[in-house]
Design a protein around this ligand. Sequence first.
Ligand code: SIN
Length: 556
Amino acid sequence: MAKGPQVDFLVVGAGVAGLRTAVELARFGDVLVVTKESLGESNTHYAQGGIAVAMDGDQDIALHLDDTVKAGDGLVDRRAAEALVSEGPLRVAELIEWGANFDREAGSEGEAGIGHFLRTREGAHSLARILHARGDATGAEISRALLTFARVHKRIRFSEWTRVSGLVVADGRVIGADLAGAEPPRSKSGPAGQAPHRSHVRVAARSVLIASGGAGQVFSDTTNPSVATGDGIALAATVGAELADMEFYQFHPTAFALEGAPRFLISEALRGEGAWLRNDRGERFMERYHPLLELAPRDVVARAIAHESMADPTDAQSPPRPVYLDMRQVRNIDVPARFPGISAFLANYGLDLRHDLIPVRPAAHYLMGGIRTDLVGRTAVKGLYAAGEAACTGLHGANRLASNSLLEGLVFGARAARSMLSDSLPLVPVEPPGPAPPTLAARETRRVQELITGLQASMWAHAGLLREETLMRQGLADQQACQSALAEIAAQRRSSRRLSEAQSLCFIARAILVAALARTESRGAHFRNDFPRRDDANFLKHSALGGEGQVRFEAW
Ligand code: SIN
């Protein structure tokens, strides 16, 4: 067989989990990191609030564990949470050594020791333990530091504008992947994902890591960037990996809510610094919902906002009522300096955190479920590993504790690398791929986009914050129609990134809907109007979704 391109390790995704894994792997082998847009275009890059970490010893670690477990509403895998909180301090110290600059107390720049880092609080944290960088640009700083560090490794190569169009399996093991490279668009405003193929190669790898992040784009209202289409999760499922906890999608309470504006994230850290929530009558309504007020767990705050914004039940025509974030009373910090990115964004709409009420509403933010892995990134398929938001270790249970996900990427990325190394799978030569399919015509491309938009709106309406059987059945019917229409387009044997993203989103939508229908209780981020209570007798279990599409519930 002709020897095609090969690499020791293939990493899919260049967010915090992918980069941290790559750095670890590069000590022992050659690593190729592929990302479907430019480096840095990831959920990691847009993370604002910070990275939660217990840097003050054992008692601090125990408290972080306790908060993580409580937030997860009974379903956190304790061993995963213990790994996160106990290994987290080392991973963060290492990151600082590699050049990450977290915000420090004035005058302490250059001094050693964690004591001088500024720490903030977010929902469901019992104390201020969240490090941040450049105010509200924590993800961008972590991404910058990791990329800078990774680029000097001779054994790490990056391939931007490259997507994985398929995984190659032999004898039940993943032995490589098909990569489709595209020309970067000429302008950022150009349509995403329509660029013609530049290359189409099959790469052999000892093992493949999926670290391609979440799937917020399955909902019309999301804080996630356009790249978050769940591709890696869908790919893993096509080769037999099991998915878990897909019903648990976290809705961030405070996305910007001006008509026509993007659902930009208004960080929970604003509430950590003292911002209040008010309804359209000016009431600080969280007093009626939870003793922790604005710092209640995220699912509680999101549902409280949804209730407050419900239209007048006596008037079917009444529009939803606005809900606002109010920072005007916060006087102990320099608000624009603490939140420069959010302040700059709001200035585009003539709003100033110091003087104005900011309209907010919930939006899809983080997938707690994903590709089921053990605690070292192994999936059900030999040769295939997963880490970060694409993976589900059970760490987040039914509701992720705010700012735990950047830490998750570091801790579980390093762990996945260690199992990829210790499993030491041999390279297996792969057959060259067939010819690249021609690119989808413009008319079909427009149709694909229409289908995506319809699916997103349906998922928001039928599987969003407040779910019930009749709504979700309608969602399933819409999903089925979308899937059939996409299958017709795919039958033309033409391809495009957007078509493949649409197929991924359609797959993710189905996984969310069937798992959410099967969980006839309310827990964490999954709330059902028709089953409003938590049912530990039947559902103190994770959902698992195999290739046959059936949902099982299992205690791990
Ligand atoms: C935020 O800044 O509010 C988001 C933090 C997170 O999702 O962990």
